[in-house]
Design a protein around this ligand. Sequence first.
Ligand code: ADP
Length: 402
Amino acid sequence: MKVLVVNCGSSSVKYTLFDMDGEKKIAWGIIECIGLPEAYYKRQTSGTEEKKDSVKVTNHTEAVELIIKNLLDKKTGSINNIDEISVVGHRIVHGGEKFSKPVLVTPEVKEGLKSCFAIAPLHNPAHYAGIVAVEKMLPGIPSVLVFDTAFHQTMPDYAYMYALPYELYEKDHIRKYGFHGTSHNYVSQRAAAMLGKPIGELNLITAHLGNGSSITAIQKGKVIDTSMGFTPLPGVVMGTRCGDIDPAIIAYLMDEYPQYRDGATINNLMNKKSGLYGISGLSGDMRTIVKAVAAGNKKAKLAFDMLTYSVKKYISSYFGLLNGIDALVFTAGIGENSPSVREKICENLSALGIEMDVAENNEPSGEERVVSTAKSKVKILIIPTNEELMIARESKKVLSNG
Ligand code: ADP
């Protein structure tokens, strides 16, 4: 059984074709810079090297068309006929309160997704365009939507509500939703497998640390709290996002600076110009920050310290909410690849039973592994995330459940 996973970002389309017998990747790639004078098409198959071309692609429909034509190419393609694809799984950033699990696409579901445009204006319209383009190119092949927010829908109301006037929740659906749910879900399942226990018997904290980062408290397989909110902006310090700040700062900026009187400019400041980048003035990329710290750059050190401190604060608070944990999981670009970030986060947490094996933590590896000491009460796990595979699995499941 073959499953095509499609992830339409605001200016990109990423795809992976899986053979679910053995869960192997057959073909994958990305078209980036859609709508700009030059777009880039990177693609690879299990038997070939990566190819990169510049292409002219003005919208998501053209991007999806190009990808599917390439998959069908007689010489270099990976499938002979569209019927070989059993189902297409779409990654959807925001499902609002409407969608708490993956769903098969129907006209009603598409309308439901449209009603979530206002709360995810950058992503959901792009996802919608991708769904329509797939329907055009792959007529008759079912599509499933898998939502980044769905895994977090188990949060209790006192965790997801903001203490604002209640009508803002009723009218504008302002509440915490949380993001990266597919990744937190995937790594929590892998953690249960590594610990050899059913997920329903475990308390976990999962730290997805990438360009965007979020921490999630998972009690017996159900999310009870997560660090992102109504949007992916709050929570820990990120690459270019500020994370938690005093919300009155926004009112101050609006009053003091004419240029900050519109939402888009303030959003740009907090989402694109802040975080590691804003503090260091160098970069939002952790690799650059780590190098600059080693070279003695003081602002880079401050950015590094702020990010690791903010993660540690969430871990400590979620530890309390869960009344103890079985494992702390690190995943995503920074979580999987930066020993110094992991070490700093876990420093002096022995009161919580979290003790890192520093030598093990420093071992370079792309594999799932345990990096806590033998006597650490809490297991510290590094688990490479695999959102695409999770989407493929969920899509297959929805299809077989009819
Ligand atoms: P996204 O959120 O865009 O999916 P990723 O999960 O790929 O991002 O994470 C990107 C982040 O991971 C960047 O900050 C990058 O610097 C960081 N990263 C990747 N490899 C390393 C490494 N070896 N050391 C430190 N940081 C790394």
